[in-house]
Design a protein around this ligand. Sequence first.
Ligand SMILES: [Zn+2]
Length: 417
Amino acid sequence: MMRWSTLLLSAPLVLALNVAGALPDDAIALNEKASKALAEGRPAEAVLLLESARRQMPHDEVLKGNLAWAYFQRGQNRQAAFDDTGALSDFRLATETYPSEPGYALHLTNLALQQYRLAEALSAVDEALELHPEHAQLHLLRGDVLNLLDELDGSVEAYERAVKLGEGDIRAAAQEAHARAARQANVERDYASHASDTFLIRHPQGTDFLDLLTGLDRARVEVCQALDAWPASRALVVLYPPDAFRAVTGTHDWVGGLFDRKIRLPIGDTQSDAGQVEAAFRHEFAHLLVSERNPRCPTFLNEGLAQWVEFGRGQGLERLVDHLRAVGMSTDELPRIEELPTSFVSVADRGQVMLSYLLSYAFVDYLVEHQGSGAPLRWVRELRRAPIADAYAAATRRSFERDEEQFRESVRVALGH
Ligand SMILES: [Zn+2]
């Protein structure tokens, strides 16, 4: 996602330092020690050494560059160890120490955004843009931040800048984001807002959407209790008439809700659709809890957990088996968990989508039955630093292969062949 070519150059800067010969012996020795500590994966030690060197030479650019790189490495280690607050503080130190490298500000903004610290994300990206006004990726991120702050027009403008300045993947991403934000701005222009401690809800004016609030708040507490997990941030919810929902999200007509850091839900009649909206909300709210723990969580686990929250405990196997019977599929034809598509929404074949959802749900349900309701979110977190099977082992102390085999066996038994 990020490009690090300029940053990678920072690592061997010891050479430049020797050539320059401007530092006192002490600082050179400290810098060399720090370089060794970094190479051996001990950035916290490198930070201390470089901070001490920098006290001798506070204005040396090479030392500043190396120290920033060490802060950044330490931040990445902290992020991998689930210390997001520590990581954020290190990315901030790296940005302040060496502001001419925009990569640090990108990481800082991204992480603040992921934690929904929107004011901090906005000030980080704005400060970076003062130094790097032509940086497409910074404008793209600024668009994301403004979008979450509900400044849709500002967000459209930021994406527009990113399209103008960007190339390749960045430009393509900016074009897509721009089109999406423009549709939102158009539809939501006159929407009313309602804020509480736990929600920010946007909805068409003149309709009685607030009746729904009690139900949504209850659903929210139930989900948090079921998973013993509480969100770090307010849930941003946008309620649309069904046609507007399709126009904004561009999704297939079977999609009953969307999470893109905002929870977007279609609703026809506030009275008769209340139950359905509540169920859809539970599903999308689970995606919010997952996104705070691991924004790149694999789809099968994300969707499996969301359905577990939506439909409840103990129904996964039954639903899957009913479906397999209806389509005449045997257990042997069932895909492996790791073979499931990386995105379900973009799959056009409805049968394949349904099977992927049901299989994901059944497996998460099976996991909860055997390992408790904390297991899926622990797996979500571990997936930040390990592939599927290793993360599973770290979260459950069990073998993924063996458990998947046992799961398939239970499907086979329930199916009767
Ligand atoms: Zn979903």
